[in-house]
Design a protein around this ligand. Structure first.
Ligand code: ADP
Ligand code: MG
Length: 252
């Protein structure tokens, strides 16, 4: 299987702090690849660099055969790469449906330009976005909540809404930053089911997740970092029995 993601010597320095330190790993096509590590170990920073949300200090990120590091968010998104954020970035006062549509428009870099040039084609695009939103809402089991204001939804439904927004553009690779955090056990089971459906339908998943049951059950491969550096990688079985990984978690 081909590599979908090749990260080489990735480093991020914030003033006085090396958040990600010379990190290298590869992610294979058709896998769920998890990135785990104690709080503050550099997981979100890694995703932020891979998706163009945060400038990198040094190193490279390749999506398939193309170097994507150095590109900005919408350029990465236009390469069929999607993401969710650790802290929800939904518009609380808008409906579920509107949040999904905004997600799509935000990824269409020329959306505003198109509107200026041709209001008619912008209208057609909006119609397409709306049809896609209905399709996605049905897919994630949120269709009946489409007209609810996001702020009024249960947290689990908000997390699902964000997942829905991230698949609006039908990405091939999806980065998920703690998508199941804060969910209760039954919401979590439901969420994982939907994640697996998304994966089975052809979207490769790069996952940050704290719940070890979830990680060990659904990952094909795991990269473990601590203080920004890789300390282990392997299958769930290999990681579960790795002394350095256990020590890192006990020390945190
Ligand atoms: P994780 O997602 O593994 O919990 P993060 O990637 O969020 O960890 O953070 C890694 C380290 O970088 C932490 O020490 C955090 O405080 C620091 N950090 C993250 N973002 C910034 C920022 N914008 N400015 C300064 N320090 C940051
Ligand atoms: Mg994080």
């Amino acid at each position: 299987m081909a590599n979908v993601l090749t990260v080489e010597h990735l480093t991020k320095k914030f003033a006085g702090l090396t958040a990600v330190n010379d990190l290298s790993f590869t992610m294979k096509e058709r896998t769920i690849h998890s990135l785990i590590g104690p709080n503050g170990s550099g997981k979100s920073t890694t995703i932020n660099m891979c998706t163009g949300s945060l400038p990198i200090t040094s190193g490279t990120v390749k999506y398939r055969d193309e170097i994507i590091s150095g590109r900005v968010l919408h350029e990465v998104a236009s390469r069929n790469i999607g993401r969710t954020f650790q802290n929800l970035k939904l518009f609380g006062s808008m409906t579920v449906e509107e949040n999904l549509m905004v997600g799509m428009q935000a990824q269409m870099k020329d959306g505003i330009l198109k509107f200026l040039v041709s209001p008619a084609s912008a209208k057609a695009e909006e119609k397409r976005a709306n049809e896609r939103a209905m399709e996605v809402l049905d897919y994630i089991g949120m269709y009946k909540y489409r007209n609810e204001t996001v702020a009024n939804l249960a947290y689990g439904q908000q997390k699902l809404t964000e997942l829905g927004r991230s698949i609006m553009t039908a990405p091939k690779l999806l980065f998920l930053d703690e998508p199941a955090a804060g969910l209760n056990p039954s919401e979590r089971v439901e969420f994982v089911k939907i994640l697996l459906k998304v994966f089975d339908d052809g979207i490769d998943l790069f996952l940050i997740e704290h719940n070890m049951d979830v990680v060990m059950n659904i990952s094909n491969y795991i990269t473990v970092i601590n203080f920004g550096s890789k300390i282990a990688e392997g299958t769930p079985k290999e990681i579960q029995n790795n002394d350095e990984v256990i020590a890192a978690y006990l020390g945190s």
